[in-house]
Design a protein around this ligand. Structure first.
Ligand SMILES: *Cc1c(COP(=O)(O)O)cnc(C)c1O
Length: 486
């Protein structure tokens, strides 16, 4: 497929401008010369049908939850109900101006207030901030809250410089710890894929501020020792942080606050069905225990005794603002709609079905792709292509790429790094038994194919094997004639 710049022909136009009906001025008279461009910008020149066809054709090259099964582990790519989009698009939510007076946005503020309450209840914690704009920013925000709390309690607790993180954690955890000014220290996993308590015991000293844990962890296992871990951390004066991106397995079944977490973030764009990836901005609300609440970012949505809703900026201990205004409202409205649609029983059912689907798929897949930390899982599981790689030279990447030819989005591969040739598969509760059967069948069929066919897959899509390392290290996000000539 050609780039829109390659379709450009000098002089082609898609619009007709009306002739100028005000006196013309020399631009230099209005704008200082040094601010003037030297010529027109190098924009593509096309007629309207070319533009429309180009972008419509491009859009059909995408894989999405609306078009394909999308078992991307740790990302919870569940179906995004369309009515949530419709509600988020209501003018009272979508057209609000951030400087509008509070009395004119009482409905929106009530929704945000109630969402804070629901998330506190789901997390088993006391206070919520809806501000952070993504899971990773939620992690950073919560760690800044922790840092502020330790700063105020230095006399009793001493200086705290470390954040402990299991080796199976999402990469954002150590990154957030470093950004918040802590040193990230890795805790090993044991042979069962759970936190190695001996390693934790050794590294848990009085320099530790926070232990960040993901539960269920990224291997799809529930950390059954979580209560003991929480006690160990608390005895040392540390805080337990729960990475709640993967709440999809435990909604209404257990609550982080009940198993000892002091703070957590949610990923509404995963658990509560907001679109993500290129589909829309996410959010990363955080929930904390009462003693940490004064440090939450401003504004917090509060309810007055008269039953009005306000944005409270008067919180002297707050770490400040981490995002403009009141957060990514669109995805928060969708999360609210999702939670209200399901209700408490329904949310529990979501998690039960997500776990059931993942276990069903695991039971099919393990016969040809071993699952080292089976035999059961929570919302996802990690299979390995290591044997296939050793015996036939077929890698996890080959399998992932070949799946695209059969109309399935690839699972997450090479994460977590604790499993070689890993394929992290998360079907979610919104896939039917038929689509799970089809996915398992295709995966099996692929493992039997000729290695040469797999090394060159995918064969059916425009872009097959981009240089991912170069794309990450030297991203080219803008077309220029110089880049095009490279
Ligand atoms: C997705 C995810 C994150 C980061 O969330 P973003 O919204 O992508 O920033 C953090 N931890 C885990 C376990 C995740 O799956």
């Amino acid at each position: 497929m050609q780039l829109v710049f390659e379709l450009s022909r000098p002089g082609r136009r898609g619009v007709k401008w009306p002739s100028c009906d005000v006196p013309r001025e020399e631009p230099q008279r209005l704008i200082p010369r040094r601010h003037l461009a030297s010529g027109p910008p190098p924009l593509p020149e096309l007629v309207e049908p070319d533009v429309v066809r180009h972008y419509v054709n491009l859009s059909t090259q995408n894989m999405s939850v609306d078009t394909h099964t999308y078992p991307l582990g740790s990302c919870t790519m569940k179906y995004n109900p369309k009515r949530n989009d419709a509600w988020a698009s209501l003018p009272g939510f979508a057209q609000v101006h951030p400087y509008q007076p509070e009395h004119s946005i009482q409905g929106l503020l009530q929704l945000l207030y109630e969402l804070q309450e629901y998330l506190a209840e789901i997390g088993g914690l006391d206070a919520v901030s809806l501000q952070p704009a993504a899971g990773a920013q939620g992690e950073l925000t919560a760690l800044l809250v922790a840092a502020a709390w330790f700063r105020d309690h230095q006399r009793e607790l001493g200086p705290r410089s470390k954040v402990l993180i299991p080796d199976s954690a999402h990469g954002t955890n150590p990154a957030s710890a470093a950004m918040a000014g802590f040193r990230a220290v890795t805790i090993r996993s044991n042979s069962r894929g759970l936190v190695d308590l001996e390693d934790l015991q050794q590294k848990l000293d009085d320099q530790v501020a926070v232990f960040m844990i993901t539960n269920p962890n990224t291997l799809g296992l529930f950390e059954t020792q979580i209560k003991q871990i929480a006690d160990m951390v608390h005895q040392r004066g540390g805080l337990l942080y729960l990475d709640g991106a993967n709440m999809n397995a435990i909604l209404g079944i257990t609550r982080p606050g009940d198993f000892g977490a002091d703070m957590m973030h949610f990923n509404p764009h995963k658990t509560f069905s907001g679109p993500h990836g290129a589909g829309g901005p996410g959010a990363g609300p955080i929930a904390v225990r009462k003693h940490l609440a004064p440090y939450l970012p401003v504004p917090v949505v509060v309810r007055t005794p008269e039953g009005r809703y306000r944005l409270d900026y008067q919180r002297p201990q707050s770490i400040g603002q981490v995002r403009s205004f009141f957060g990514n409202v669109g995805v928060l409205v969708r999360a609210y709609a999702y939670i209200r649609t399901h209700g408490p029983e329904g949310l529990r059912r979501v998690s039960e079905d997500a776990v059931l689907n993942a276990n069903y798929l695991l039971s099919l897949v393990k016969h040809f792709l071993p699952v080292p930390y089976g035999p059961r899982c929570m919302h996802e599981f990690v299979a390995t292509a290591q044997k296939l790689k050793q015996e036939r030279g077929i890698s996890a990447m080959d399998l992932a790429k070949r799946l695209l030819d059969f109309g399935f989005h690839a699972p997450t591969v090479y994460f977590p790094i604790t499993v070689r040739e890993s394929m992290m598969i998360e079907p979610t509760e919104t896939e039917s038994k038929e689509s799970l059967d089809a996915l398992a069948q295709v995966l099996f069929r692929i493992t039997e194919e000729a290695p040469e066919l797999l090394h060159e897959a995918p064969h059916s899509i425009w872009i097959s094997r981009p240089d991912e390392v170069r794309a990450a290290r030297r991203p080219v996000l803008k077309w220029t004639p110089e880049e095009a000539a490279r």
